[in-house]
Design a protein around this ligand. Structure first.
Ligand code: SME
Length: 150
């Protein structure tokens, strides 16, 4: 995985575009295409008044989980703590919401704006224990770049 190359593509995209959903959709496409072990890539966006996450742009199979309460599943836990979570084997955790039987691992990285959780990048993988520090670095760099859209 060439983090620098992916970030250059995303910086190019951000230079030319300012429409949030368009940018988020393109980021999903770039990530899924460029990283072999990313099988579903999407954004969940916080609805603060209702304390739920709403599914935003994504690529991969459609999911039933278009709304996730804060605290529920991996996504909801990240919304609550504001800390990234890496799950190398989803069968080992209890507070998990299954989207597809093919998913074996998941990484969720928060988007923080002015110190507050606003959204998150969620990635599912069909590969066993696929995530390294570089995945978290890449996704955190992206999260920092897009925080201004929220
Ligand atoms: N697995 C997530 C739910 C979202 S899907 O992966 C798209 C969770 O446990 O929160």
């Amino acid at each position: 995985m060439d983090i620098q190359h992916i970030l250059e593509k995303i910086d190019g995209l951000l230079k030319e575009n300012s429409q949030r959903d368009f940018v988020l959709q393109k980021i999903c496409e770039i990530l899924k295409q460029d990283v072999y072990h990313y099988d579903w890539v999407g954004f969940y966006i916080l609805d603060e008044s209702k304390q739920v996450l709403i599914l935003g742009p994504y690529v991969g199979k459609p999911t039933d989980h278009t709304m996730i309460p804060v605290g529920k599943g991996v996504c909801g836990q990240v919304a609550e703590s504001g800390q990234a979570m890496i799950v190398q084997d989803v069968s080992q955790i209890s507070n998990y919401i299954a989207c597809s039987l093919h998913v074996v691992a998941e990484i969720v990285v928060p988007v923080i704006k002015n110190g507050k959780f606003v959204a998150e990048i969620d990635i599912d993988s069909h590969s066993p224990a696929p995530f390294r520090d570089e995945d978290e670095q890449l996704l955190e760099s992206i999260a920092e770049r897009i925080a201004r859209f929220f």
